[in-house]
Design a protein around this ligand. Structure first.
Ligand code: CA
Length: 228
């Protein structure tokens, strides 16, 4: 998320009151604006009213199966949907994705994992809407639409993984992302080998300049938000 932009609005359709309350606090702390809905009907109503940037959707809702809501939301556009579900069946996951959900997080989930999926979902949402941010960090320009990275106007060639890592840092310019957040966002699992991260950060620093990426020892990394 670009810190200068309005907070992204997250529609949270979850009937479990205590989980909803906890998730709202988590989302607020992470800089988002959560809109809680406790049933499918309320979810659709708030969806139409707020036009959220992303939907977190529980499948077990009191009035309707959450799966049926995916198709309703898809009819209205490409808003990213992340399904939250305790249902373990692989078939259910496939069905949710086939119906147009963007991602699926199985309960119980870790907060870091959920936030990483959320950032990825928002990134894809921004790209599919076409209003793509261009992030400027000192001499670096990262165009998240064209995936073009330049330093003082000179294009820099990055591998796809290097680019994914940089894009994640750019969307959170100046903010430290933990090792787990970065591993989850770029390698799809917060349990991925941290050594991958070190190697790719090293490669990015070689290409972008040592000063471009800040380390918070033992915590994570941030893209420097200043003139290098
Ligand atoms: Ca439920």
């Amino acid at each position: 998320m670009n810190p200068t932009a309005d907070p992204a609005t997250i529609l949270l359709i979850e009937d479990d009151a205590s989980l909803s309350t906890a998730l709202q606090a988590t989302l607020k702390a992470a800089g988002y604006r959560p809109i809680p809905a406790h049933s499918a009907a309320e979810g659709l109503r708030w969806f139409n009213h707020y036009a959220p940037d992303l939907v977190l959707l529980d499948l077990g809702l009191p009035d309707r199966d959450g799966l049926t809501l995916i198709a309703d939301i898809r009819e209205k556009g490409a808003t990213p949907i992340i399904v939250l579900s305790a249902r373990e069946a692989e078939a259910m996951k496939v069905q949710a994705l086939d119906l147009g959900a963007d991602d699926y997080v199985q309960k119980p989930f870790g907060v870091e994992e959920l936030l990483a999926r959320l950032r990825a979902g928002l990134r894809h949402g921004v790209q599919s809407r076409g209003s793509v941010p261009v992030v400027r960090a000192g001499a670096l320009t990262i165009d998240l639409g064209s995936r073009l990275v330049t330093r003082e106007g000179q294009a820099i060639k990055l591998s796809p993984k290097e680019y994914d890592l940089l894009a994640e840092l750019a969307l959170n310019l100046g903010r430290t992302l933990s090792h787990k957040q970065l591993l989850a966002a770029v390698w799809g699992s917060e349990r991925a080998d941290i050594q991958y991260l070190r190697v790719y950060i090293g490669q990015l620093r070689q290409k972008l300049g040592m000063e471009a990426i800040l380390s918070d020892a033992g915590v994570g990394y941030a893209l420097a938000n200043g003139a290098p």
